[in-house]
Design a protein around this ligand. Structure first.
Ligand code: HSE
Length: 326
């Protein structure tokens, strides 16, 4: 029986739990029986005897779980084999770095959707996982449902990945593609995106390129380019005008927020993209182009955010830990 503890029970944590409930039969057929033994959010928790469906219902109806045991105590003392860490990203990592370290030191696998800790201490956490003979999986930190991490680490394992160029922020891509279509100013489209729930009330993190830069750091380290957040040259999308789109279109281009890593470059900035290039993708989609020595160019695209999409990436990590190669 695989025992799972979930830390962070907001959108992503609940999304993962809902997938466990909905896909129990398929999951158990693929990797064996499992049980969620503990869940903690920032204010409450539940462990011991409980049903996952009831815990989800309780959280939805009351905004909290049954007990007051802290997340750190759950990480330190609860009985589990894999920690699913789905706290909200904080630059610098926040408490989640300690949750992950503690679980790894206890010899537990970790699956995280949280960019903060992976960016803050990529090497340290990976070495700790290796030392303790467990896996630290982080597919959900980049590109939501779009497979990027396992693509690089597993399917392109013996290729040299010369560069990765991609769109890793759905909010920016939505705003830019709407500006392109509607020929309207940035502020107006941002307001529309906020009303539709695509952009946060405080959009800084997305529109200034910070979120894309964090994801780029994770990709860089994954492909063997040692990088910290401070190393990324970042320009956001706030200065882009409808006129810029017009000039670009006259020459057969559009504008997208492109994150690029190679041995020479670590950069997030608005760039010209040919109108029919795969990276001219529209809406909230994410996309990535891997340039390799032996496999040529590999292109992937998919939904870069969303409750179920992010949870699906975590579920693929769960499968990878327990079922190994297909
Ligand atoms: N806010 C991000 C985006 C999703 O707009 O793509 C979470 O990483």
């Amino acid at each position: 029986m695989i025992k799972i503890a979930i830390i962070g029970f907001g959108t992503v944590g609940q999304g993962f739990a809902e997938l466990l409930v909905r896909k129990r039969d398929e999951i158990e057929k693929a990797i064996g029986e499992f049980k969620v033994t503990a869940i903690a959010d920032s204010k409450s928790s539940i462990s011991g005897e409980f049903s996952l469906s009831d815990a989800l219902k309780m959280k939805r109806e009351t905004g909290r779980l049954r007990d007051d045991v802290s997340a750190m105590e759950i990480v330190r003392n609860a009985e589990y084999d894999v920690l699913v860490e789905a706290s909200v990203t904080k630059i610098g990592g926040g408490d989640a770095v300690e949750y992950i370290r503690e679980a790894l030191k206890r010899g537990k696998h970790v699956i995280t959707s949280n960019k903060g800790p992976i960016v803050a201490d990529f090497d340290g956490l990976m070495k700790l996982a290796e030392k303790n003979g467990v896996k630290l999986m982080y597919e959900a930190t980049v590109g939501g449902a779009m497979p990027v991490i396992k693509l690089a680490k597993k399917y392109l394992a013996l290729c040299e990945i010369e560069s990765v160029k991609g769109i890793f922020n759905g909010t920016c891509n939505y705003i830019l593609s709407r500006m392109e279509e509607e020929k309207l100013p940035y502020e107006q489209i941002l307001k529309e995106a906020q009303e539709l729930g695509y952009a946060e009330a405080d959009p800084t993190y997305d529109v200034e390129g910070i979120d894309a830069a964090l994801k780029l750091v994770i990709i860089a380290n994954t492909i063997g380019v040692r990088a910290r957040y401070e190393d990324v040259e970042v320009t956001g999308i706030t200065q882009i005008t409808p006129e810029a789109f017009q000039v670009a279109a006259e020459k057969g281009y559009t504008i997208r927020l492109i994150a690029e890593v190679s041995r020479e470059k670590l950069k997030v900035s608005p760039r010209l993209v040919p109108l029919h290039h795969p990276l001219s993708i529209r809406g909230t989609m994410n996309a990535a182009m891997f340039k390799t020595d032996t496999a040529g160019n590999i292109f992937v695209a998919g939904r870069g955010a969303g409750k179920e999409e992010t949870a699906s990436a975590m579920l693929s990590d769960f499968y990878e830990i327990y079922a190994g190669s297909p």
